[in-house]
Design a protein around this ligand. Sequence first.
Ligand code: F6R
Length: 610
Amino acid sequence: MCGIVGYIGQQEATPILIEGLRSLEYRGYDSAGVAVFKDGLNLVKAKGRLANLEEKLVDNASTGLMGIGHTRWATHGEPSDVNSHPHMNESNTIALVHNGIIENYLSLKDELEFEGYTFLSETDTEVGLMLVDYYYNQVGNLLDAVIMATDRIEGSYALAVVCKDDPTQIIATRKDSPLIIGLGNGENFVASDIPAILKYTRDIYLLEDAEIAVVTKDGVTILNEKKEVINRDIFKVTWDIAAAEKGGYEHFMLKEIFEQPKVIKDTLIPRLPLNQDVIELDQIKLSKKELANINKIYIIACGTAFYSGFVGKYLIERISRIPVVAETASEFRYREPIIDKNTLLIVVSQSGETADTVAALRMGKKAGAHVIGVVNVVGSTIAREATEVLYTWAGPEIAVASTKAYSAQLCAMYLISTKIAMELGEITDEEFSEIKEELYSLPSKVESILQQADYIKSLANKYINMKNVFYIGRGMDFAVAMEGALKIKEIAYLHAEPYAAGELKHGPIALIEKGSLLVGLVAQEELFDKTVSNIKEVKSRGASILAIALEGNTEIEKVADDVIYVPSTHWMFTSVLENIPQQLFAYYIACGLGHDVDKPRNLAKSVTVE
Ligand code: F6R
């Protein structure tokens, strides 16, 4: 999410910053900006693609040998000139760029407003800047001010900060968001990602969490929070630029699959403040009274986003006892669904631009429904038109086949369903604590599944020549089966069908023969025996069985040819864990078949036509 570049040396900074930002544009592209020092700090920012910033720079030539730049993927506040980075203090003496999310920005903002600060933007970043400014005014030293400010920040950050009073240095620091320092000759660089500076140097310092780099043109000093000097080995980059943009991964899809622990953390944790029994859902203000009047919920979306909504349906109905219809937008919009002011319509979309989903939203609003948009792209049509928005903080998804955005959408469903149940008094404090604890553990559980990638690759190689694939499960496992089958179709171009396990024998079982593969999802513990009976029916007709099961459930080995285990979890959250192996399985099969994984045939990333 977002890209940072910094330069200090003997060359004009602006072209180097722009070039660096261009190579990072895939990380965020809704606005960009640079602050370059000459006599003072010259700030130029523009909404939209980098080209808009370049156009602006033609008339506002920013000369100078030191500066910082940023390309943004909006999280807090819509894409606009004012919300874009760098942010600058009122006296135009300090400029700052930031990647990450400052989780406690609202309480910090209150504090700073009390101290007399005013804010121009809606961003968490401006709060970070003003905090640096506040401490700088106390101590008169940028390094100390940054250390004091970051000590107050909860959440993730990569920061590059410059100050007019000392233009010989850039202060850079990070926590849970990457930042590197590039080492040149008489010049040095700061970047959030290697490709931004690869043209100039292959010698890199990788900053660790909570480390601070003081970057001057002649040297770099890395310090810990106590200002003790840390000796760091130089990391030599050996990849080429094309590979580095993908962070060393062969495809964006694989990179995005591996980003999921972070995405899940970003989407969940800021909404679940420590030591408080609350879920903070951004702008969603649906009151207890309004919720009590809701008599029906529709969850409407397309494709993968729809499958996340299908999980949401199971969750909300089971824990809140409100009827939920999950339906594809293309169907919903052309029938005459019953909608009124007591209807809650949840529309889910990564892009926020899918034509059918937008139409469903408009239809719901016109009929008086309360509309919540679950959206990844800030400032998109759905984000703008929904009554309230819950953002999935997955960052830009480049691969056409959705992976990390789906996991973030599932997390949104976990949050929304739990929030509704809490407001309606359908879950106890103890149940909430249990849910919260489990949500906190999901990123590391996903991480542990990703460690099985080689094993899953070996299974993909084993089954690469299958003719038909059937994905089956019951309850939420069925919802996940739908996503598994879609992924195989999209990128491996194999015929795949998802079925509710109990439905198989009503017809489709006729298709099972030797050479078929059945992927059986058995994470719903109370439905385990039922699904296993269905798996046995298929096995006895010649299909191979690959099961996805919870750790500890070795019973499944009696019937399956192969098993992928995922960590056991609260019943509400099995979907996000079970789906990770499905993503990897589809990915490795598609690679094995030699397909263009990131740009599968016939597909577009954002479907803005009917
Ligand atoms: C599948 C996929 C699509 C999208 C669908 C909706 O991998 O990406 O099925 O999920 O086109 O798109 P959004 O979420 O942008 O509305």
